[in-house]
Design a protein around this ligand. Structure first.
Ligand code: UD1
Ligand code: MG
Length: 459
């Protein structure tokens, strides 16, 4: 990869950045501090910075050993890995710099009363604490806890990319990273009840209190969402693009709660604005990464990106109070996780890499296989054969009916079993179309069908 930007790229990024600085300056100048506009400007800036930094730092990463071979190509050259670390850093710095904007109005109120910055004498009253109580410390705490949880998970990701931490060791770490935001959730929101669907109401009542189990559920969601993106991986662009699809779908869902789509002010407006402030910069840095990671990839994203992306969704869903909607958007990842479980838990052998097999003669990807050197236990073999009959797996048997090999248990390989060998980018596009369709269906179910089993849709 060339480590410099072309002339067109330089001028485009430069003019984009200048325009964004102009917009940011303006949000302060007209006294509104309009945070959503500022967030869009910040996200575009994050895109520009991330784009340039990936280009400039790629070779430095290779020199430090962050590199990997693209296994699905004729020429397996080494390209920079762990570029997700750059995304995550730019993202965290963006969120930190953005802090004054969403609190702009509150800061003004707290410092002079009624938004009049020229009334200086009231400053004394601020110092005696009379006006400070107006400042929404709970909102700031939410925001800071999100930052802390994300930072922790990025550390885990970089550690994993450095040392290849064992699966069974790293799987729990996102749960620890989730503690700051769970504490804030407890203090600030604390809702642990679930609305019970109408058919179950005679037994459970209208609301069912999960109590502390709700916190276990949220910690599990953090583990699931970060790990499930990492295992739906292995072909160019798929990690970033699936995250982008999910992020855009959440943004669409958030926008439904803002004017003009809903009567103002909606009680959930604030939490959906919060969600947007976290997601828009994420979309910015991810687009910059996708440009370099799409087929044929010039960089890899590393586990850092997968953990980071998953945690952005978990934090966003939990602190934005729409974790169940989030689960609907993560259904393909959920399927891949359940489908992979036999290999993840070593009921069936699991090779180091399960990405598709590159056929050098045709230039197409085929499903990769796992060979069973020792015969499988009877019940397991029968299960695999059953899956084969259901067209959910490709199994080979010998003359005696013993299972000798099967396709690896991932959604990516299953796609190849269903639709036959194809080029890497077509495979990625197919999977993305699937993710998008399921996501839209999920949102439709969430907002339309919800009325069939619940008495109200909170939109
Ligand atoms: C996870 C998957 C593994 C899959 C790997 C690919 C599980 C349990 N683990 O492991 O099966 O093979 O992701 O990311 O499901 N690579 C490519 N092309 C790509 C992306 C990655 O060839 O488009 C290769 C490169 O050699 C790269 C390596 O995969 O260096 C990165 O693998 P890594 O992310 O470390 O694997 P895991 O996350 O541990
Ligand atoms: Mg990985």
């Amino acid at each position: 990869m060339t480590s410099t930007l072309s002339e067109t790229e330089t001028y485009s990024l430069l003019s984009l950045s200048l325009a964004c600085f102009g917009v940011l300056f303006n949000t302060f100048w007209d006294g509104s501090g309009e945070p959503l506009i500022a967030s869009i400007a910040f996200s575009s800036l994050a895109f520009a910075f991330c784009y340039a930094l990936i280009r400039w730092l790629g070779n430095a990463f290779i020199r430090r050993g962050f590199k990997g071979k693209d296994l699905c190509k004729h020429k397996q050259t080494e390209i920079p890995e762990t570029m997700g670390a750059i995304c995550a850093m730019v993202y965290l710095f963006t969120l930190i710099t953005f802090i004054p904007w969403p609190f702009y109005k509150d800061i003004v109120v707290a410092t002079s009363g009624g938004g009049n910055r020229d009334v200086m004498k009231e400053l004394e009253e601020v110092e005696t604490g009379r006006f400070l109580h107006r400042f929404p410390h709970n909102k700031l705490a939410s925001y800071l806890s999100a930052l802390l949880s994300l930072q922790t998970v990025v550390l885990l990701g970089i550690g994993d990319d450095l040392f290849d931490i064992r699966w069974r060791h790293k799987v729990l770490i996102p749960a620890f990273a989730a503690i700051p935001m769970l504490i804030v959730y407890f203090v600030d929101f604390g809702v642990t009840q679930m609305v019970v669907p109408i058919p179950l109401r005679p037994y459970l009542g209208e609301l069912f209190d999960l109590g502390w189990l709700y916190y276990v559920y949220m910690a599990m969601l953090s583990i699931f969402s970060s790990n499930s993106i990492n295992i739906l991986a292995g072909i160019n662009g798929i990690e970033v693009a699936q995250s982008l699809v999910i992020a855009v779908l959440i943004v669409i869902n958030d926008v439904l709660y803002l004017s003009p789509f809903t009567t103002y002010p909606h009680p959930a407006t604030d939490s959906h604005l919060f969600s947007l402030y976290l997601l828009l910069p994420f979309i910015g840095v991810s687009l910059a990464l996708l440009k370099h990671n799409w087929y044929p990839a010039k960089v890899f994203v590393g586990d850092t990106y997968c953990y980071f992306a998953g945690m952005v969704f978990a934090v966003d869903g939990i602190l934005g109070h729409f974790s169940k909607t989030l689960i609907l958007l993560l259904l393909p990842q959920g399927f891949n996780f359940v489908y992979s479980a036999p290999q993840l838990f070593h009921i069936v052998p699991c090779p180091r890499h399960r990405l598709p097999h590159f056929n050098a003669r045709t230039g197409l990807l085929e499903c990769s296989r796992v060979e069973f050197k020792r015969p499988l236990a009877r019940p397991i073999a029968e299960c695999l054969k059953l899956l084969h009959r259901l067209r959910m797996l490709d199994v080979e048997t010998d003359a005696k009916g013993q299972v000798t090999s099967s396709s690896n248990l991932t959604l990516i390989n299953l796609w190849l079993v269903w639709f036959g060998p194809m080029r890497e980018d077509r495979l990625a596009l197919g999977l993305l179309a699937f993710q998008t369709a399921i996501g839209f269906l999920g949102l439709l179910v969430r907002h339309r069908m919800a009325l069939l089993i619940f008495t109200a849709d909170n939109w």
